[in-house]
Design a protein around this ligand. Structure first.
Ligand code: TV1
Ligand code: CA
Ligand code: ZN
Length: 379
């Protein structure tokens, strides 16, 4: 039987705009939905419109005093604290409402799966993995990933796996469940010595009952498709095979791409497409086909995110898009009206992600990262 996939979407997601010149520009979501629509990926797909997460949902993860601060910040911006009012997390009008709507979207996606109405559910506006219990961080106000996982635990789920392929460490989700063996968190990311937030060392493996249920794979700057996939396949499948999650939750930030302005990995669209296919395969093989797909970072707004996440949507819908597919002229014309950057012409970067750069010194350092992680989590 082919899996049923729900897509959570509302144009109101575009109101999560931290500031005019902020890298997390919602135009990337608008361009993705336009591209997926114009390629026919969303034909006949019913989208689910979210409600804002309730205080009950949010306080499974966040403190009540933080919610009060987020609500009041736009009106009382002085001395609000909680990480609010920084360059990364500016205060904006409607901040609570926009952030709670995204978290509500991830809860709705989780609910579609829990109620058996869907096997897979996607919220591309989600993936705000840095927000902590009591503070905003790294463009993230409410941690929708953690809020959705906490909701699933509340329904009685006992094993949730969270796999984070964003180039940044999934620190907020790791922290929320650090001592909880019901949630296995795995983050692949650029090495903490070279990228904010500076955590995600292999030695961070969980504590108390949760020891062994946090996994970190730091990758050297310059890691490309082959090295990234090599590290992933050396670590993630065997962990999920033994953990046997009831739901696989994935944070699918597209900021691993070589064009991304915020980080220094060197993946291509083709490598990212291969990641999404591997995640789908793992959901099928290890999680009974239950797959909750969240967005995340991705700051090459025109050249990368729309193509990468269109492949992600297509993967979740089992409507894989041929990399050779040209971009629709209407989409290119629309995007060309918004940027002076040259636009891509096809759904590929022309890379073969299975190509292995033998002898490359980055490959060697990827291998030592793999060994370090394996030593920490396979005692
Ligand atoms: C406003 C305008 C904010 C331009 C932030 C890059 C900006 C960054 C900006 C930026 C930027 C970071 C730090 C802050 C150390 C801190 C969605 C004191 C050109 C999931 C979050 C990265 C990644 C935060 C989020 C990082 C995600 N990098 N221009 N800020 N400073 N913060 O380095 O994981 O993708 O860069
Ligand atoms: Ca990550
Ligand atoms: Zn990121």
């Amino acid at each position: 039987m082919s899996p049923r996939t729900s897509v959570v979407w509302t144009p109101d997601f575009l109101s999560y705009q931290l500031s005019d010149d902020h890298p997390l520009n919602p135009v990337r979501l608008d361009l993705t939905m336009r591209l997926a629509t114009q390629l026919g990926v969303l034909d006949g797909v019913e989208t689910l419109a979210p409600e804002p997460a309730t205080d009950e949902d949010l306080t499974r993860v966040h403190t009540p005093s933080y919610l009060t601060a987020v609500r009041s910040a736009p009106h009382e911006p002085w001395g609000v604290g909680h990480g609010l009012g920084t360059d990364d997390n500016p205060i904006f009008l409607g901040m609570h409402e926009a952030s709670a709507l995204i978290a509500g979207g991830s809860v709705l996606a989780a609910r579609a799966i829990a109620e058996g109405r869907a096997d897979r559910a996607v919220n591309l506006a989600g993936g705000l993995h840095h927000a902590m219990a009591d503070r905003a961080a790294g463009f993230c106000v409410y941690n929708d990933c953690s809020v959705a996982i906490a909701w699933l635990l509340e329904q009685g789920y006992e094993r949730i796996a969270y796999v984070d392929v964003d180039v940044h460490h999934g620190d907020g989700v790791q922290a929320a469940f650090y001592d909880d063996p019901r949630v296995m968190t795995i983050s692949m990311h650029q090495h903490p010595l070279t990228l904010w937030p500076g955590t995600g060392w292999p030695g961070e493996y969980g504590k108390g009952d949760g020891a062994g249920y946090a996994v970190n794979v730091p990758l050297p700057p310059g890691t490309g498709d082959a090295g990234w996939l090599r590290a992933f396949h050396a670590v993630v499948p065997s962990l999920l095979e033994s953990f046997r999650p009831q739901v696989l939750v994935t944070e699918c930030g597209a900021d691993t791409h070589s064009d991304d302005p915020l980080a220094n990995l060197e993946l291509s669209i083709d490598g990212q497409r291969a990641i999404y296919h591997s995640l789908r395969d793992l959901a099928e093989r290890t999680a009974g086909g239950k797959w909750l797909v969240l967005g995340g970072g991705g700051y090459s707004l025109f050249r990368v995110v729309p193509r990468s996440w269109t492949h992600l949507l297509a993967t979740a819908l089992d409507r894989d898009v041929d990399p050779a597919r040209p971009l629709p002229a209407d989409w290119v014309a629309h995007a060309a009206g918004l940027t002076r950057h040259p636009l891509p012409t096809a759904m590929t970067d022309g890379h073969d992600p299975s190509f292995t750069p033998w002898g490359d010194d980055v490959a060697e350092r990827v291998d030592s990262a793999i060994l370090e992680t394996r030593r920490a989590v396979f005692p």
